[in-house]
Ligand binder design. Structure first.
Ligand SMILES: NC(=O)c1ccc[n+]([C@@H]2O[C@H](COP(=O)([O-])OP(=O)(O)OC[C@H]3O[C@@H](n4cnc5c(N)ncnc54)[C@H](OP(=O)(O)O)[C@@H]3O)[C@@H](O)[C@H]2O)c1
Length: 250
């Protein structure tokens, strides 16, 4: 039986992952700022499930959360660091505050966990750290510079960490979803092709982690399109971006 920590578990992809791992008989410790959704689950799975409130952007919150998680799980075999936020901003009327918020959650909200998980997993002779980045990491998208660049920084960080931590038997997994129907995408005001449901995303992530994949890119059509965007000549990408702007309700 595996012991699993999931951040950003109160809604969306994290919530679907939480249900999936409990159904598979694992022990799960869940984190998010709002914990209202967790209490009925605690009644249903008193021995297999526990949770605590944690803002991943605050390092002291993460330190306490790791302490609570290890008290409950004893050993963390798999940590799925999934908490994230999106947002749109404009360079025409720019403020760096939103950038800081997004980076503090999407990038530093993962790095805070690294400080505690890496020594813990080294002591336990290994473990897996799986982190939700995004297929949006491939380029800087107009209207969503902070989100796409936070995920690009995250994906690069995970790649480097994977190479270094391998020798300690710590596996680093990069999860790169395309569009998934959650509260996050409900605010988007632009076309979202090949959108999938959170349950489908959880199934894909679960199966890929079981088979030991280190990069989980899905769904396939979005993965192929974003690969094309990545290798698209810069001049053509700049031209396309003149007609495209991400718009998100706040
Ligand atoms: N949906 C998509 O299409 C899509 C595509 C690519 C990547 N992703 C990534 O997938 C992950 C999950 O996204 P989702 O679509 O499931 O979003 P969601 O439905 O908005 O859920 C986000 C989760 O993260 C938690 N969270 C946000 N900020 C947090 C913070 N500062 N501290 C702790 N928890 C925090 C939220 O809980 P609280 O608000 O209660 O804290 C919630 O549980 C994110 O990293 C996102 O960037 C999503």
């Amino acid at each position: 039986m595996k012991n699993i920590l999931i951040s950003g578990a109160s809604r969306g992809i994290g919530w679907a992952l939480l249900q999936k791992y409990l159904k598979e008989g694992c022990r799960v410790f869940a984190l998010s700022r709002n914990t209202l959704n967790f209490s009925p689950l605690k009644e249903q799975f008193p021995n297999a499930f526990d949770y605590s409130s944690c803002n991943v952007a605050i390092q002291s919150d993460v330190e306490i959360a790791i302490q609570n998680a290890t008290n409950f799980l004893n050993n963390i075999d798999l940590a799925i660091l999934n908490a994230g936020i999106s947002g749109s901003e404009s360079f025409e009327n720019f403020s760096s505050d939103k950038y800081k918020d997004i980076f503090n959650t999407n990038l530093f909200g993962v790095l805070h966990f690294f400080e505690y998980l890496i020594p813990l997993m080294k002591k336990n002779n290994g473990g897996t750290i799986a982190v939700t980045s995004s297929l949006a990491d491939v380029r800087g998208f107009a209207g969503s510079a902070a989100y796409s660049s936070s995920k690009a920084a995250l994906t690069r960080t995970l790649e480097a960490a994977r190479a270094e931590l391998h020798r300690h038997n710590i596996k680093v997994v990069t999860i790169r979803p395309g569009f998934v129907r959650t509260d996050m995408t409900a605010k988007n005001r632009f076309p979202m092709p090949f959108m999938i449901e959170p349950d489908q995303a959880a199934e894909i992530i679960f199966n890929a982690l079981e088979t030991g994949k280190s990069r989980i890119n899905f769904p396939l059509p979005t993965y192929l399109i974003t690969n094309l965007l990545q290798i698209m000549p810069d001049a053509l990408f700049d031209f396309v971006m003149k007609f495209y702007k991400v718009s998100i309700d706040e």
